[in-house]
Design a binder for this molecule. Sequence first.
Ligand code: SF4
Length: 459
Amino acid sequence: MPYIAQVEEMNKRFQAEKGYAPKYIILTYGCQMNEHDSETLAGMLEKMGYEKALAENEADLILLNTCCIREKAESKVLSHLGELRKLKKDKPWLIIGVCGCMTQQKDIVETIRHAASYVQLIFGTYNMHHLPEYLAQILSDDSNCYNIFAKEEEIVEGLPAKREYPFKALVNIIYGCNNFCTYCIVPYVRGRERSRSIANIVSEVEALVHDGVKEITLLGQNVNSYGKDLKDGTNFAKLIAEIEKVRGLKRVRYMTSHPKDFSDELIEVLKKSQKVPHYLHLPVQSGSSRILKRMNRGYSKEDYLELIRKIKEALPDIAITTDIIVGFPGETEEDFQETLDLVRKVEFDNAFSFVYSKRPGTPAAVMEDNVSAEEKKERLARLNALLAEFSHKKNQAYLGKTEEVLVEGLSKNNAETLMGRTKSNKTVIFSGDEALIGKFIPVKITEAQSWILKGEVAL
Ligand code: SF4
């Protein structure tokens, strides 16, 4: 890429003048797709001679990789941009950039320019790979570069990535979404579904394993839709079966699944798999068929329960988590009771529960919302109490068992302990040597709380 070499040259001159290589920091908001995009952005920046900064005040380039799924995420970005004003004043050469889902929304460039005129770089999700070109322009003439592509392009393969962990990696298999759930902004900011070829995915996984990766997570807004656009008979079940063959790979996770596209063929592949743990995140969003229809989810409560029945029949020890939205426009107490009923029937291991957040530009944003804020809050509290009950019950079943855990790092709340995940994606905290990070080890579970397990190394 000529622009990479051009920026690298400019950064060498920066280093000669200032006595240090320019530093970057990426602040990532939102989901794992964004986390993975940030790894790609970091990979490109390091190819251009940037070094990672440990704090914002050390950086010469600050990129905010944004999310717009909830209103809160957006206001967080705007308020953080306000906080960066002083840094820009103290360091005039600092480049502040905004990218990611939020920038693909209508009028957002104007909003950012109005709120923070010192933001020099704005680009969208479809043109992320043009970052070297935009930096070359800004570094040449200190101009602003605001460039949002209106439409998705071909998938760009082979971009460099700076992975956060040496032993586990995120691998995109499909971009975009065709579902248009009425509350969701994703199809408008990430475009239509585009699947990568099995050959490209498998060769990326092989290269990762060669570099020491033991666990991969296959990513997509709807992984179960993988391959439909390729129109050659490829599907997610076939992809898993191919990835399963990669020697040296130990665990394959995937996210996110959509109930309406979860096939019997996939259940069969999962049943035979030696590498896909018995763990599934299957967003249900509501237990009321009436609300599911208003959400345009493409399944009813009964369909979801039938799918869970089939999955549990094939994989009796599977751990299942979900996403639930409370207070969707028009949700009555009866609808909410249907959700509680579904939670009781499925007995989820864990769930992400949210109060409905209106996203301008989506069909749900213009639906009449007759549920008061207090009512929504109160329903969320009731739902969370029920979810905690099941999570606690499920975790209790691990007491005394020895689980294979991939040690991911130091515990966030106590740097003297380690944190890892079981096959079923349960977080386990335990004491141990830092040398265990990145290894699969047996851990005996000694304590089960509602959201975490505690244990001791059983080597
Ligand atoms: S499946 Fe629905 S909720 Fe998920 S990204 Fe697509 S539109 Fe959004």
